[in-house]
Design a protein around this ligand. Structure first.
Ligand code: FAD
Length: 324
């Protein structure tokens, strides 16, 4: 019986979607390795009735820990105690920086293995095998754990929540004695991510920027083009991961699905994970300096050339045509 525990975080009375997806995945896997999935929530934001709702997503037990919210070390203390006392062998995090931080601490504390950026997990012979992309996402490798415990930090929203897995979870009050160093940091404020209100799903015209833009500042080329056409700017995951553009504007498998009248790509290779989010666009135009870029295989119009010279000229031409 090897259990899987998931750290659950939430805000404004609701649990994060990535935490719920991780519980549902853990429930499926726990069934396959003969254990049960549980959740741990640290803090006082949720009452017992709300915590029990995690059972619907697959958490048989919900460990309720009173302690500082939103910081890593207290969660490391909590999961160490719960895992040790309940034969839990895996801890799964639904992504995000806090998951990375807790996962790293837990790995050191329990001497478990750790895999970050997981995009898939499967059970084999009573153990978990984690699938994760490598080499700039050009290949996926399988990671197995040598010992009998493992930390898995997934990519954000890698797993879909399923709220019809179980009934109410059993809420277990769990007192934890925090280490002195675990209480030195505290959450002072939570902010709203810049750009969280970017709305690309409803746009008729999308100018999407990719790594070919070269740097964040060059998104001004996309902004200018979008302004000339009355469109909205979006991005690939590569540039979102690089911090050039907010996640809310990411198109693709782990971002949003769009179907504008015009989708114009600036410096985007056309990876399958991007394509699945925009292939329903009515007209696809791509500017790319590589004539062999995959995006040309599904573009209605492909322009081979340097976007840095083409985009400004295109903006000027559109403005001139519109008499602006
Ligand atoms: C599980 C998983 C989920 C993923 N989810 C997503 C997702 O939701 N969305 C997504 O977008 N990706 C996703 N990815 C990543 C995806 O595989 C690609 O890595 C990503 O889409 C590449 O982004 P890009 O096209 O901006 O960068 P690159 O692949 O680096 O392409 C840059 C392109 O710019 C061109 N270029 C360079 N300079 C210029 C120039 N001066 N002028 C013109 N062209 C130029 C290059 O020829 C190249 O084709 C996912 C990957 C995995 C494994």
């Amino acid at each position: 019986m090897a259990g899987i525990i998931v750290y659950v975080l939430g805000k404004d009375g609701e649990f994060n979607k990535n935490s719920l997806g991780a519980i549902s995945k853990a429930a499926q896997l726990a069934g396959e390795i003969g254990g049960e999935a549980s959740a741990v929530v640290v803090g006082e934001s949720f009452d017992d009735a709300k915590l029990a709702e995690l059972g619907k997503y697959g958490a048989a037990k919900v460990y309720k820990v009173t302690g500082p919210e939103g910081v890593a070390q207290p969660v490391v203390d909590a999961i160490e105690k719960i895992a040790t006392e309940n034969d839990i062998k895996y801890a799964l995090f639904g992504g995000g920086l806090l998951g990375f931080e807790i996962g790293a601490g837990l790995t050191a504390r329990l001497n478990w293995g750790v895999t970050a950026e997981a995009t898939g997990i499967r059970a084999e012979g009573g153990k978990l095998i984690v699938e994760r992309p490598v080499l700039q996402d050009s290949a996926i490798v399988d990671v197995a754990y040598k010992g009998d415990g493992g930390v898995i930090v997934s990519r954000l929203n890698a797993f879909e929540p399923n709220d019809s897995i179980g009934a109410a979870g059993e809420v277990v009050d769990t007192p934890v004695e925090f280490k002195e160093h675990s209480l030195r940091a505290k959450l002072v404020a939570r902010g709203v991510q810049e750009g969280a209100d970017v709305n690309i799903e409803d746009a008729d015209v999308i100018i999407a920027g990719g790594r070919g833009l070269g740097e964040a500042a060059n998104f001004s080329l996309a902004d200018d083009l979008a302004a000339s056409l009355g469109g909205t700017v979006a991005a690939t995951r590569a540039v979102v991961d690089a911090g050039w553009f907010p996640y809310a504007g990411q198109i693709g498998q782990t971002g949003k699905t769009v179907a504008p009248k015009l989708y114009l790509a600036l410096g985007i290779s056309g990876a399958i994970q991007h394509k699945v989010g925009m292939q329903a666009s009515e007209n696809i135009v791509a500017i790319n300096k590589d004539p062999n870029a995959p995006i040309f295989e599904f573009s209605d119009l492909g322009v081979v050339g340097d976007l840095h010279s083409i985009a400004p000229k295109l903006t000027e031409a559109i403005k001139a045509k519109k008499g602006a």
